[in-house]
Ligand binder design. Structure first.
Ligand code: ZN
Length: 456
């Protein structure tokens, strides 16, 4: 009897060993991602930027009645364009306006009451329909004064480029089915106080959108810096270090367990950086460890305010003569955000950066939940996460990096488990995180363990 037990136990252990050893990671490359890069078109982006510029002004407080001039005509065209794209994919997009009334006096840049109207197009996810990855650009433009709603304000780079990139990404990605929903959005009221982003962030929260990340594009077409630097490969990904709405208790705990540069927005920035390094190695993504440019704002911030992961994607070299300027020539310098300042192939590259990041996240399984860590005063680190029977998950990557490294440089792949110990890796000397990996190799953003493992 004892002998039989030993044999059975031996078999059982062998099975365990073989099943945990046979952890062949899914492919590292999804060839559909190359297709997406290939299918993004500079010509279509150019056509759309020209179309947006042709509305004369897209100031948030400009005319809404005219069919040819002002923000009303511009947003109707954007909505119609999303509907055209939808018609070509069997009505795959849910297109709608989301709007809020902004009252005169609710900010120093509000000249009169107006509806701030956003345009939203949702490509509904097959497996996680209430989980959203979002790409945004802005509809509105401005000149020297943010409240000048009548002067010509082409806003070719700021931010017809981001808007056109968002429309083009919708065209390319609508040819595929994704597990998560993708929202392509045109936001308004950016230049007067981030009103559109605040409105949509609140709407998303009320509708219980589970937002994986917001990729906000604001100026993705200028390659000629005001300092004379010309660079068509470098771009910036701005992300705040930790969520703005964290509690004092969370902040206090972090002092003892680390994670000062590992909030959800930073993990999103690292994800984009990694997608680009993998699939577009000719590009130079710069992760900027700050919410936005010094003292300046963008439409990812209202999403960050509510705790959603969100980053700003933009050119590396800005030209201030072409931003927020009345059209004029002074001392031989031409001021104004005109079409001549936009490089369409560069806008195409940054659109691809967005599209491949949206696709990766939307094809991947959801990020692991309740990720925890343990290993104080031991020569090993243990990661644990919530067990799930999600059939889309092939396994998990446990990432770790030196505390000074900006990128997740090392990983161990595991499957069929919801806990793993990294032997010989001292918890004090590294940062750790866990990502879920799908059968096609696409993976979620990394989740940093802010909680410690509780042993009963
Ligand atoms: Zn601006």
């Amino acid at each position: 009897m004892n002998k039989l037990l030993t044999i059975l136990l031996g078999c059982f252990l062998m099975l365990m060993c073989t099943s945990t050893k046979a952890q062949q990671a899914p492919p590292q490359i999804d060839t559909r991602i190359y297709e997406i890069i290939e299918n993004t078109s500079a010509d279509r982006i150019e056509t759309d930027i020209r179309k947006l510029v042709d509305f004369g002004t897209r100031n948030t407080f400009s005319d809404t009645v005219s069919e040819t001039r002002g923000i009303g005509a511009a947003r109707r065209w954007i909505k119609a364009e999303f509907e055209r794209i939808s018609a070509e994919c069997g009505n795959c997009l849910e297109v709608f306006y989301q709007k809020d009334l902004v009252k005169k006096g609710s900010g120093s840049r509000v000249p009169h009451d107006a509806y701030v109207v956003n345009v939203v197009a949702v490509l509904r996810g097959t497996d996680y329909p209430s989980s959203y990855v979002m790409m945004s650009g802005d509809i509105d433009s401005r000149v020297s004064s943010a409240t000048d709603f009548t002067s010509d304000s082409p806003g070719a780079n700021d931010n017809a480029s981001g808007m056109a990139g968002t429309i083009e990404a919708a065209r390319v990605l609508s040819k595929y089915k994704f597990k998560h929903s993708i929202a392509f959005v045109g936001l308004s009221g950016e230049e007067q106080g981030l009103f559109g982003g605040a409105g949509l962030a609140k709407y998303a929260q009320e509708q219980n959108w589970d937002i994986v990340g917001v990729l906000n594009n604001d100026m993705i077409g200028n390659i000629e810096g005001v300092d004379g630097v010309i660079d068509n490969r470098t771009f910036r990904i701005f992300s705040e270090p930790t969520p703005a709405n964290e509690t004092d208790r969370q902040r206090g705990a972090r002092r003892f367990t680390g994670g000062e540069v590992d909030g959800n927005s930073r993990q999103l920035a690292r994800y984009i950086h990694k997608q680009v390094k993998t699939y577009m190695p000719e590009m130079n993504p710069m992760m900027i460890y700050r919410l936005d440019r010094f003292g300046r704002g963008g439409h990812h911030r209202p999403f960050n305010d509510l705790g959603f992961a969100g980053v700003r994607i933009m050119e590396a070299h800005e030209n201030y003569n072409r931003q927020h300027q009345d059209l004029r020539t002074e001392n031989g310098i031409a001021y104004g955000d005109v079409i001549e300042g936009v490089n369409f192939p560069y806008a195409e590259k940054l659109t691809s950066v967005n599209a491949i990041s949206l696709a990766g996240l939307a094809w991947a399984p959801p990020a692991p939940k309740d990720v925890r860590i343990g290993g104080a005063v031991r020569p090993s680190a243990t990661l644990q996460w919530e067990a799930t029977d999600d059939k889309n998950i092939a396994g998990y990557k446990i990432y770790y990096r030196l505390t000074t490294s900006p990128t997740w440089d090392n990983f161990v792949y595991v499957s069929g488990v919801n806990e793993h110990t990294l032997e010989g890796i001292v918890i004090d000397n590294y940062y750790f995180g866990v990502a879920a990996v799908g059968k096609d190799g696409n993976e979620s953003a990394v989740v940093f363990p802010y909680q410690q493992i509780r042993r009963r």
